[in-house]
Design a binder for this molecule. Structure first.
Ligand code: ADE
Length: 225
């Protein structure tokens, strides 16, 4: 998979790709991530990438020209499955979206800033608009990092069997059950006996029950889906 990220702040989004699972996925060649600084595409003398809103109003709007030039250049080089715009008014990211997007070959992610992008960018270039939740961030970069992490860890070969994503919360509309590690007793606080029993069918049954109870308590809406 190849991900092209278009941003005015590349320094803000690079670091999540330089550690742990994402770093290893890149090193293994399972994903390529390229960053494009919008300022390198602007043709105006001041190197500005935004301008005042027509009709008045507070806040600057990202201009269409540098975005058009960047996306058009990338599209000339290869075909893209999606051109995604990170925005608080997009569809809210969930595990099902990450699952299906992990099967794509090439995607572009445009990070918004200020009051957002000129509407013509959305009309002409964007195929999907995604939010990471009902709150407003200073820009799309952190949202793009969250989206990329949720997708990349699902690409076949990125996680080992032990860390398989199949047992993650949300994979089957259930939250994950509690987990424990050594010591079996700490300050008198004990690990549930069943987990030490070696009876794996019973352990599996216990985990399913706990996952169900946890989901019922915390996210009953998931059980209705
Ligand atoms: N940009 C600003 N807020 C955002 C959000 N909640 N999700 C995605 N991109 C954003």
């Amino acid at each position: 998979m190849r991900i092209d990220i278009i941003t005015v702040l590349p320094e803000l989004i690079k670091s999540p790709f330089e550690a742990s699972i994402l770093k290893r996925a890149i090193e293994k060649g399972l994903v390529e991530v390229h960053f494009h600084n919008l300022r390198d595409y602007t043709t105006n003398k001041q190197k500005s990438v935004d301008d005042y809103q027509f009709g008045g109003g507070a806040g600057m709007v990202m201009s269409i020209q540098p975005i058009d030039d960047c996306i058009t250049k990338l599209k000339r080089e290869r075909a893209y499955d999606e051109v995604i715009y990170m925005t608080p008014d997009g569809e809210t990211l969930h595990q099902g979206m990450a699952n299906s997007m992990s099967l794509l070959k090439n995607i572009i992610i445009l990070c918004g800033h200020y009051k957002g992008v000129d509407q013509r960018v959305r009309d002409q270039f964007i195929t999907r608009e995604i939010s990471i939740g009902d709150y407003v961030l200073s820009g799309g970069e952190l949202g793009a990092a969250v989206l990329c992490d949720s997708i990349i860890r699902l690409i076949p070969g990125v996680l080992s069997n032990e860390t398989s994503a199949l047992t993650d919360s949300f994979q089957d509309n259930l939250l994950a059950p509690p987990v424990y590690t050594r010591p079996a007793e700490y300050k008198g606080w004990k690990v549930p006996d069943i987990l030490l029993s070696g009876n794996f069918p019973k352990i599996e049954e216990w985990r399913e029950q706990k996952a169900y109870e946890h989901t019922k308590n915390r996210r009953p809406d998931l059980l209705k889906e």
